[in-house]
Design a protein. Structure first.
Length: 381
């Protein structure tokens, strides 16, 4: 088989509900298919709203329920048969399904297994690193989306450094780009053009720590009463966050926008994008905001400091609502500084975090592990 021959790649993840990892997987699958590869996507928990878009693009999506912990210890036979029928060159597992996918892939005789570590959940079991080590024994290469994640995998999960690479997430800088016109968010939520609008585009999940942003908003409106906060996304904490907003007397100040089919237009309506996470790999939403020309305030966790260094954004300590409110207020009162930050961030995204570079890196990695290319992947020291 020649180096340029198409590959068969099966992406495996818990679901295709809207989120950063899921968005990255969909974008990578579509780009690989456009480059002539045979791509499929397998969900082990449920499908989700992103599945239909993949099917419209001609990419098959399968749901193979794989519940419980037994498939972590021995191959799930239904998943093994599914992989055998799909006959991929590479299984590419994402967070939450690594061990299950790796064991079933090996049992099915799949030539190569790749896993991408996007970050760690707050409710993972105490033996999380032992589980990563276990899955790593059955994985050819592990991808970390940030350097801190790579260091954790090598030091804590004891995966050999020679089998862990760093590929930073990339985004479509044509889709996410500054525009002269406003998007749809203000009109949909009834927010005037002059009201300061802060926003967060993220799943309503504990790891994103939206409560911190609500607390910062309660402090901010004491100084800027007409400020509004839009939370774009959905998730298990929706009702709890509504109740917290009410307890903080934020009625009419916080708008729950839900999941949007196209978030690109939402960023253009925001004066400031804020990400209050307690843990991150390389945040897709931060990259999207930077590409869209929206100034960013984010907690200094995971791979975020690397994204925002050099004047590309403002970092605040994790858990510090007062520091977050102060950073937002400072930017709102400095339109020239916001514009400068937006330009700097956009330039950096275009140079370093474009989607095409990420796709090429994964394609090269797949060829390497499948034995179809002699090329090497650069490893981060």
């Amino acid at each position: 088989m020649t180096v340029d021959a198409p590959l068969a790649v099966e992406m495996v993840l818990p679901s295709l509900e809207t989120g950063g990892m899921e968005t990255m997987t969909v974008a990578l699958a579509q780009a690989l298919a456009a480059r002539g590869h045979r791509v499929g996507v397998t969900c082990l928990q449920r499908e989700g709203e992103l599945a239909e878009g993949l099917r419209r693009a001609g990419i098959p999506v399968a749901l193979v329920p794989c519940p419980g912990t037994a498939p972590i210890l021995s191959p799930h036979q239904g998943l093994r048969r599914h992989f055998a029928a799909r006959a991929p060159d590479v299984i590419h597992a994402q967070n939450g399904v690594w061990a299950k996918a790796a064991l079933a892939a090996r049992a099915a005789g799949v030539p190569a297994v790749v896993h991408t570590a996007h970050g760690f959940s707050l409710d993972e079991p105490w033996f999380g690193d032992a589980l990563r080590w276990w899955a790593g024994l059955r994985t050819d290469m592990v991808v970390a989306v940030s350097i801190p994640l790579r260091e954790h995998l090598v030091r804590k999960a004891r995966i050999p450094a020679s089998r862990v690479v760093t590929i930073i997430n990339g985004i479509d800088t044509t889709r996410f780009t500054p525009r002269g016109t406003r998007g749809i968010l203000r009109a949909a939520l009834g927010i005037g053009p002059d009201a300061p609008l802060i926003g967060c585009v993220a799943r309503l999940d504990p790891i994103k720590n939206h409560v911190l942003l609500l607390e910062a908003m309660a402090l901010l409106i004491r100084q800027i009463p007409d400020a509004r906060l839009a939370l774009v996304g959905d998730g298990p904490l929706r009702e709890a966050l509504r109740e917290r907003a009410e307890a903080l007397c934020l009625e009419g100040k916080v708008l729950f926008a839900g999941t949007l089919a196209d978030t690109a237009t939402a960023y253009r309506d925001l004066d400031i994008f804020v990400l209050p996470s307690v843990s991150e790999g390389t945040s897709i939403s931060v990259l999207e905001a930077m590409a869209s020309g929206t100034p960013v305030v984010a907690t200094a966790v995971g791979g975020t400091p690397r994204l925002l260094d050099g004047g590309c954004g403002t970092l605040v300590p994790s858990g510090d609502a007062a520091a977050m409110a102060e950073a937002i207020q400072r930017l709102l009162s400095d339109p020239i500084g916001r514009a400068r930050m937006a330009r700097t961030a956009r330039e950096r995204i275009s140079e370093e975090f474009g989607h095409a570079a990420m796709v090429r890196a994964y394609e090269k990695l797949y060829r390497q592990v499948a034995g179809k290319s002699a090329g090497l992947i650069r490893r981060e020291a």
